[in-house]
Design a protein around this ligand. Structure first.
Ligand code: GRF
Length: 193
């Protein structure tokens, strides 16, 4: 990774659209001494995102961005990132697709967590697809974001068994618990910590 950790932590923005459980675990991780990042900004496209509450609880600036017009939305986001001197972006359940231009302007500095063992099951409904295909296991992946959906360089993956009685919901819950650990591990890995 191009960034280096000095005495100051890497200023990080987390983008969410929903519950924000990965955001919460990233915030908890950021507070550890060994963490190279601090969470300084929460961005969402969804004013009803439950995860926004963590902005209040942990006193982190949050910004709700209307995505009716993508170009305008991304310009607003870039402006916020600049204001807060953000150096790293963690996508965590962010349901909007960022444009190539946006990704280029933060090249190599955007991470995403995806609930499958990529390159299997890019996109949505990953748990349902894994169960329907009678896979024996699925899992989660943290990867760099490039211009192709869920296709950037993989940083870390965690495998999770699928049991006969699993539903997309039960499998999703078990995978989510692993996601929370994996995101932090992947961040330590990219900084060689
Ligand atoms: C996670 O499963 C993540 O992998 C996916 O969306 C979900 C977000 O969950 N991209 P949360 O909002 O972090 O609880």
């Amino acid at each position: 990774m191009v960034l280096s950790t000095g005495t100051n932590k890497i200023k990080t923005a987390v983008f969410i659209s929903g519950t924000g459980s990965n955001l919460k675990s990233l915030i908890n991780f950021s507070k550890l001494k060994k963490s190279p990042i601090s969470i300084n900004l929460i961005i969402t496209n969804n004013k009803l995102a439950k995860g926004l509450k963590y902005g209040g609880i942990y006193k982190i600036k949050k910004k709700i961005i209307n995505f009716k017009n993508n170009d305008i939305a991304e310009k607003k986001i870039l402006n916020e990132l600049k204001k807060k001197k953000i150096e790293l972006i963690c996508l965590a359940g962010f349901m909007k697709i960022l444009s190539n231009n946006f990704i280029k302007s933060f090249k190599g500095k955007i991470l995403n967590i995806h609930p499958s063992l990529l390159p299997k099951y890019k996109g949505l409904n990953t748990h349902k697809r894994a169960i329907e295909n009678k896979d024996k296991y699925s899992g989660c992946t943290v990867h760099f974001v490039n211009e192709k959906l869920d296709s950037g360089k993989i940083i870390l993956q965690k495998r999770v068994n699928i049991y006969k009685k699993d539903t997309p919901d039960s499998l999703g819950k078990r995978i989510l618990a692993q996601e929370h650990k994996l995101y932090a591990k992947a961040i330590l890995k990219i900084f060689n910590l």
